[in-house]
Design a protein around this ligand. Structure first.
Ligand code: B12
Ligand code: SF4
Length: 530
């Protein structure tokens, strides 16, 4: 094994394909004691094993590919992206720098934080994977004496709680700032422990050089809506040129990837100016990407007001990409709140070109348009602002109830709002059980009972193909989601206090794994009886 001078990796919560569907990536947000390791390794966060003949990862998360490209195009070519499981083999006395990309290393992001709150706390799988990577890095660092640099969307969490083995933490985008920093480090010069990356112009962002784990290709960066709780807010909005996008699609196709995931914070922002949907640019994007021979064309985010403002664009996207039930899209979409007060204070541009007063109509119309085009939104809500009262939460409940009454195919996740330290609400307190409005638990209950219904309808899609893994995941989704209604009812009735009773449960051990499998069997049997 050669031992590259720069080795890039991330923890297993990121360096995986998340089984048959990226939605299953959220399982890693669960407390580790409640999901046996066996299930993580086999179904939810299995390692990506493919390597080239020199031992580098054949498929990697997009951020690592971007970092690699920005170093290589700036003359730092002795770089390898490797899986965390192969780190030990990849580093040697030649290694000067190990770079890691982090998504949610301390479990502070909304989904992870909420699940800890609901299930009585404890380390999430994301934290567990990060700590395991940290142990390996510490050990190897003692032997080989390299420097460690970390960055990524979750870097802010390490600024709050910094591991002792970390030498440099970079906040923000890397393309411009990282290459000179790495050159200094390779020369053995001392560099500051905390660095803020400057946002690159689009022409300063080089295309990736190797395939990504599920064909990720970024099409926009940043979001001009400027919601005050969102870490995307401080970024400048940019549309990536179509030529760069097509180069990245080509790299993925050459790597045998057929499905492309267009990374964006809102696919309808592509080519836009001042938040106006650019129909022609989006049709061109979809047509040209599809024309390269791509099979599936997906994307992670869209915004409800943009959908409502241009239904023909949504329909064109669906037609070109060929969406149907088995090829549906399940983007994360911000629903945030039903309260006018909260919308006006924390996200006044969220509803643009409509006003916060019209938010409810925007959501209802947009959901109908999305569902007509096989787009099933995962709506996320931010609840628990300082001045949010039960009256505000009731307005959110009313909006959610409307979605339920229309029987839309949409999940609804009421999440506690997190004061991410790169946002304008960074000084707000972290959510705590006692500070959440008491109606939060009613909202959670109606949302989750509805989510269970929707999840069961979508189970065949979530579980992917008909293979063994697909069948097992389908089976688990069906049984688990149909048998936890009591849990949310108890939380509602106890105003959240019931969660404390879960703090001692630990099934992440051999006995727990066997019991979990038996329990799945028992539930399945019960399910067939009813
Ligand atoms: C793909 C994706 C996922 C996937 C894959 C996750 C994974 N762990 O790999 C899935 C769907 C599973 C997912 C889940 C989650 N995600 Co996610 N995800 C994204 C998404 C859409 C794209 C990421 C990406 O590739 N971006 C493009 C690259 C180029 O940007 P980047 O990653 O920021 O990298 C740049 C810099 O950060 C930096 N950098 C990155 N790595 C490194 C490494 C080094 C050494 C250095 C120096 C710099 C550096 O340089 C890069 C280039 O400029 C982003 C949205 C977005 N706009 O980025 C959300 C996003 C990153 N996710 C987010 C969150 C919160 C989550 C969850 C924690 C859920 C939650 N709400 O609580 C879960 C965690 C589950 C998990 N297993 O990790 C938030 C992060 C917020 C924050 N700042 O903390 C984002 C920003 C979405 C949002 N708008 O809120 N996610
Ligand atoms: S619309 Fe979404 S991505 Fe844009 S600033 Fe608001 S929360 Fe962030």
């Amino acid at each position: 094994m050669p031992g590259w001078s720069v080795v890039l990796t991330s923890d297993r919560g990121s360096f995986t394909r998340f089984g048959p569907s990226s939605v299953l990536g959220y399982v890693a947000c669960m407390p580790a004691r409640l999901v046996p390791r066996f299930f993580m390794d086999r179904f939810f966060t299995p390692p990506i094993k493919d390597v080239d003949k020199e031992g580098r990862a054949l498929y990697a998360p997009y951020a690592l590919r971007k970092i690699e490209a920005s170093l290589v195009t700036n003359g730092i070519t002795d770089v390898a992206v490797v899986q965390p499981e192969r780190l030990e083999k990849a580093v040697s006395h030649n290694t000067k720098i190990v770079g890691i990309s982090v998504h949610d290393p301390r479990g502070l992001d909304p989904v992870t934080f909420k699940l800890a709150l609901l299930f009585g706390g404890g380390k999430s799988w994301l934290e567990q994977f990060f700590d395991e990577l940290g142990d390996t890095i510490s050990r190897l660092k003692r032997r080989y004496n390299f420097k460690v640099i970390a960055g990524g969307p979750g870097a802010w969490e390490l600024a709050r709680d910094r591991p002792e083995w970390l030498d440099v933490l970079m906040l923000g985008e890397a393309e411009v700032t990282l290459p000179p920093l790495v050159k200094s480090m390779l020369r053995g010069e001392s560099v500051p422990p905390l660095v803020k990356g400057r946002d690159p112009k689009v022409e300063e962002i080089p295309p990736i050089l190797g395939p990504t784990r599920w064909g990720e290709v970024q099409v926009t960066r940043g979001c001009p809506r400027g919601c005050s709780f969102c870490s995307i807010t401080p970024e400048t909005f940019r549309t990536i040129p179509l030529d760069t996008i097509k180069k990245e699609v080509e790299v993925n196709l050459q790597g045998g990837i057929r499905n492309i995931d267009l990374i964006t914070d809102d696919i309808l922002l592509y080519g836009s100016s001042k938040l106006r949907v650019n129909h022609e640019a989006i049709v061109k994007l979809f047509t040209e990407v599809k024309g390269t021979g791509v099979d599936g064309l997906f994307w992670p985010h869209i915004s409800a007001p943009a959908v409502k403002s241009s239904p023909r664009t949504v329909q064109a996207m669906a037609d070109i990409a060929g969406y149907d039930f088995d090829r549906s899209v399940m983007p994360v979409v911000g629903l945030e709140s039903g309260s006018l007060k909260i919308l006006e204070k924390y996200m006044p541009a969220k509803a643009f070109p409509w006003t916060p007063r019209e938010w409810s109509d925007v959501i209802m119309d947009a959901t109908a348009i999305m569902n007509d085009n096989y787009i099933f939104p995962c709506y996320t809500m931010t609840i628990g602002y300082k001045e949010e009262t039960d009256g505000d939460v009731q307005e959110s409940i009313d909006l959610v109830q409307k979605i339920i009454d229309h029987d839309f195919m949409a999940w609804i996740f009421p999440l506690p709002v997190i004061p991410i330290s790169t946002t304008r609400i960074k000084d707000n307190p972290f959510p705590a059980l006692e500070r959440l409005p008491s109606k939060y638990w009613d909202l959670l209950y109606i949302a989750w009972t509805y989510n269970m219904k929707v999840t069961r309808k979508l189970a065949p899609r979530l579980a992917g193909g008909k293979g063994v893994t697909g069948s097992i995941v389908r089976f688990m989704i069906d049984r688990i989601f149909s048998s936890i209604e009591w849990f949310f009812r108890d939380l509602k009735q106890s105003k959240g206090k019931k969660s404390l009773e879960f703090s001692n449960i630990n099934i992440n051990n051999t006995v727990g794994t066997i019991r979990a499998i038996l329990e799945l069997g028992r539930l399945s049997f019960k399910g067939h009886e009813s």
